[in-house]
Design a protein around this ligand. Structure first.
Ligand SMILES: [Zn+2]
Length: 265
């Protein structure tokens, strides 16, 4: 990629601070050099089809390419590192690598905003209850029926986990991951994936899935069958019923305060 494709980069002589000229309360239209470089790096990751774990160019090459100061480039990489989009390995064999655009990273950022907004765990669960049935209905309308069956058939019969809690948890979680994927809307999928991640990592760690296994398996089977049948309203209702079954259990078993603010972590 030539510098000409990044006309917005390469004007570092003005200094980063000079670019912060936005009036308070108005949408930002002027960006710091480091932010512009971060945007360009993400564009090049997406444009080159780079995947998690792939190496990014070394610092010297990026400095040459983006024509910015070392300070701005490092700040750009730190911005992306904080979002989990880039990982930077230190040491002689180190360098920047592509991280994972996982909902877990988005979840972490979302908890920061939720906490600052004073949003409660109750509201989080309510949002889940509102959104995931929509995803189930969309999944039922997925045009590739073979893909639907291949993803969800495993939930229509008993799963043999050999008594391994981790194996069972992984299996039961895939129902929700697959419904989100099959819904076919990546915006909804990432939001729901992040909401699910927060619930799993903040609330569910204290709940033994084996104790509610009968309920989970029956509900998941009903959801999977409705989606496989292509019955959108039934899929939506089955998912709403499943979440309605889980909410009182979460309330009873979680030691935290559901009316308390979501914590950034
Ligand atoms: Zn479930």
């Amino acid at each position: 990629m030539s510098r000409a494709q990044h006309p917005e980069v390469g004007t570092d002589a003005q200094g980063s601070e000079a670019r912060r000229v936005n009036a308070p309360g108005l949408p930002r239209t002027v960006w710091k050099t480091s932010e512009v470089v971060a945007f360009a790096i993400v564009k090049s990751i997406v444009g080159s089809g780079l995947r998690s774990g792939d190496r990014l160019p070394l610092e010297g090459e990026m400095l040459e390419h983006y024509q910015v100061s070392r300070e701005s480039l490092r700040e750009a990489l730190r911005l992306l590192e904080a979002q989990g989009i880039v990982t930077i390995r230190r040491g002689p064999q180190g360098g920047p690598m592509v991280g994972e655009a996982q909902s877990a990273n988005l979840a972490r950022t979302m908890t920061l905003y939720f906490q600052l907004a004073g949003a409660t765990y109750d509201e989080l669960l309510d949002a889940w209850h509102t959104l995931e049935p929509v995803a189930a209905e969309l999944a039922a309308r997925h045009p590739d029926r073979a893909a639907v069956i291949s993803a969800l058939d495993t939930h229509t019969h008993e799963f043999h986990d050999g008594g391994e809690r981790a194996a069972y948890t992984a299996h039961s979680n895939t129902l929700h991951f697959d419904v989100n994927d099959l819904a076919g809307n990546r915006v909804l999928g990432l939001i729901l994936g992040a909401v699910g991640d927060i619930i799993r990592t903040h609330v569910l760690l204290q709940i033994d899935p084996f104790q509610i296994r009968g309920l989970i398996d029956d509900d998941h089977e009903a959801i999977a069958e409705a989606i496989i049948d292509g019955d959108g309203p039934a899929a939506r209702d089955a998912m709403a019923a499943h979440i309605a079954h889980l909410l009182p259990i979460y309330r009873d078993h979680w030691e935290g305060d559901l009316d308390g603010p979501i914590e950034w972590k």
